[in-house]
Write a protein that binds this ligand. Structure first.
Ligand code: QV4
Length: 494
């Protein structure tokens, strides 16, 4: 009996340990992550205090923090070519990073770091000097700043067949020197790097190129990490949140199922399908069964996004800031529908794949500047500061833990649904008006549409909807309205 009880306890402890790395460690009722792509640490610290906390964001994914090669013209992707684990990049140094994490945690905003465990830099002519001044000879696999030598890497080979497991996991992704995570020494260096970040107060990691590493090696590394730092407000025994970049369109040899028990996985099918639907290539009525019925991962295992820093640059179905009306509709649906761990993208303007982030003549990244509405003006796009987007972050907080019900559609591209009796969303992606009485499921009263305006001093600056005692209200979204969405929730009741 005692033996059985012990076995059961151990088994439960094991289960909760592995499951725990799916917990984003959010504070309060918050539940949306924003990727502040290429932002500087000092700017993020200020953004946490002045914008993200007041607007109810839960966390920030930051760009890679460790030293990288310096590539001519400073393309954003140089940061995916590490040289050492010193915390100095164009976003700032270790002191600035630590200050940002402290200040963001102080206002309940969690920091997740994009970490490169798969590889170091690719070839470079001669000796490379990194962003912290460290020298390396990538072509010889010599990285004295760690130090790593050739024996810490897999033998060089090219990935030519993406369905060959050996090639995907042991050859070089676009020529990036491929670390051998099976070696005790490499593991110890990676764990030391991640533990250092945990010590500084981060809540977790985006694991870059996870698919290119064997899941058993990752399991060992994740399982060896320290608990989160209680001095930063995390509970005792809290495990770092892990979300892994695994691109799996289905039918792939290395699949997302090899990773989803270890931590969350980026659900690329979500991004592709939502883009297709809101670009008008799939009727919105089909979204009624959105989620696992579409072949997506279980909700608590899926890191979801409309676009990410890679696929927003591909010319395909995926939406980005360049199609703002569709993008805002897709984002509203993303944040209103109860599926996944949501991440919002915050970009800088780009013309081509390699465009660097906004920088000055000396190639220092510049800080975002804002107009009187709080929108970014100097090359930063800041989708997270668009009213229609941050208002939906507030919506998602207001309806947290409620069920979706009351689905309605017109058999085409007009849809609406309720979240408990706390929130209501309607979308019109048809070329004609949506004008009719719909069930909002809300308590009777007057509500501000948080898309066309907001509740300010007891009045709506945009549309308002009067809900009767049966929960019905007259909903109008004209086909030529500025936005194709209308959103009501209990925290914007007049
Ligand atoms: C070039 C050639 C290669 C050649 C190589 C070696 O194209 O064929 O083998 O030289 O001489 C940059 C350049 C790329 C160059 C490479 C090495 O764009 O042309 O290769 O550097 O010098 C980002 C960018 C890449 C960039 C890389 C490193 O997207 O363009 O490459 O950083 O700076 C798959 C993976 C997935 C990956 C995705 C892009 O499964 O894991 O491709 N996504 C992640 C990140 C992504 C990042 C990396 C992985 C690599 O999200 O941003 O790539 O860390 O789907």
């Amino acid at each position: 009996m005692i033996k059985f009880a012990l076995a059961l306890t151990l088994c439960l402890a094991g289960a909760s340990l592995s499951l725990a790395q799916h917990n984003p460690q959010w504070w309060g009722n918050r539940n949306t992550i924003v990727h502040l792509f290429e932002w500087k640490w000092s700017d993020i610290a200020e953004e946490c205090e002045t914008f993200l906390a007041p607007r109810g964001f839960a966390g920030v994914q930051v760009s890679p923090v460790n030293e990288n090669i310096i590539s001519s013209g400073r393309p954003w992707w140089e940061r995916y070519q590490p040289i050492s684990y010193k915390l100095t990049t164009r976003s700032g140094n270790e002191e600035e990073f630590a200050d940002m994490v402290r200040r963001c945690n102080d206002v309940g905003i969690r920091i997740y770091v994009d970490v490169l465990l798969n590889h170091m830099s690719g070839d470079f002519d001669g000796v490379a000097v990194g962003t912290a001044g460290t020298e390396a000879e990538p072509s010889k696999k010599s990285f004295p700043g760690v130090p790593y030598t050739a024996q810490d890497f897999h033998p060089s080979c090219e990935i030519t067949d993406w369905n060959d497991r050996f090639q995907v996991q042991e050859c070089e992704l676009v020529g990036l020197k491929d670390l051998n995570q099976h070696s005790d020494y490499v593991r110890s260096k990676l764990i030391e790097f991640l533990d250092h970040l945990i010590e500084l107060g981060v809540a977790g990691f985006r694991v870059d190129a996870a698919k290119h590493m064997a899941s058993e090696d990752l399991e060992y590394i994740y399982g060896s990490l320290s608990n989160l730092n209680i001095d930063h407000g995390f509970p005792h025994n809290a495990r770092p949140f892990i979300f892994q970049e695994v691109i799996d369109h289905g039918h792939e040899t290395v699949s997302r199922e090899e990773y989803n028990e270890l931590g969350a996985v980026t659900e690329f099918r979500f991004s592709e399908e939502i883009g297709k639907a809101f670009r008008g290539n799939n009727a919105l009525k089909w979204l009624q069964s959105w989620g696992t019925d579409w072949g997506f991962l279980k909700s608590e295992q899926a890191l979801t996004f409309v676009d990410n820093h890679d696929n927003q640059r591909d010319k395909g179905a995926v939406l980005n800031y360049k199609s703002p009306r569709q993008y805002k509709m897709a984002t509203a649906f993303h944040l209103a529908y109860p599926y996944g761990i949501s991440r919002v993208m915050s970009s800088f303007a780009f013309d081509d794949h390699d465009t660097p982030p906004p920088q000055d003549a000396q190639e220092n990244i510049i800080s975002p500047e804002f107009d009187e509405d709080g929108a970014c003006v100097n090359g930063w796009i800041c989708e997270h500061r668009w009213r229609q987007i941050y208002a939906m972050v507030g919506f998602k907080n207001a309806v947290r833990d409620t069920e979706l019900h009351g689905w309605w559609d017109n058999g085409d591209n007009q849809i609406s649904f309720c979240r408990g009796n706390k929130g209501f969303l309607a979308v019109n992606n048809n070329l004609y008006d949506l004008s009719q009485e719909l069930n909002t499921c809300l308590p009777a009263g007057e509500y501000c549409d948080v898309i066309s305006g907001s509740l300010i001093d007891g009045a709506c600056t945009g549309k308002s909807v009067t809900v009767n005692e049966h929960g019905y209200g007259y909903i109008h979204i004209g086909s030529d309205d500025f936005d194709g969405v209308l959103a009501l929730h209990v925290n914007a009741k007049v």
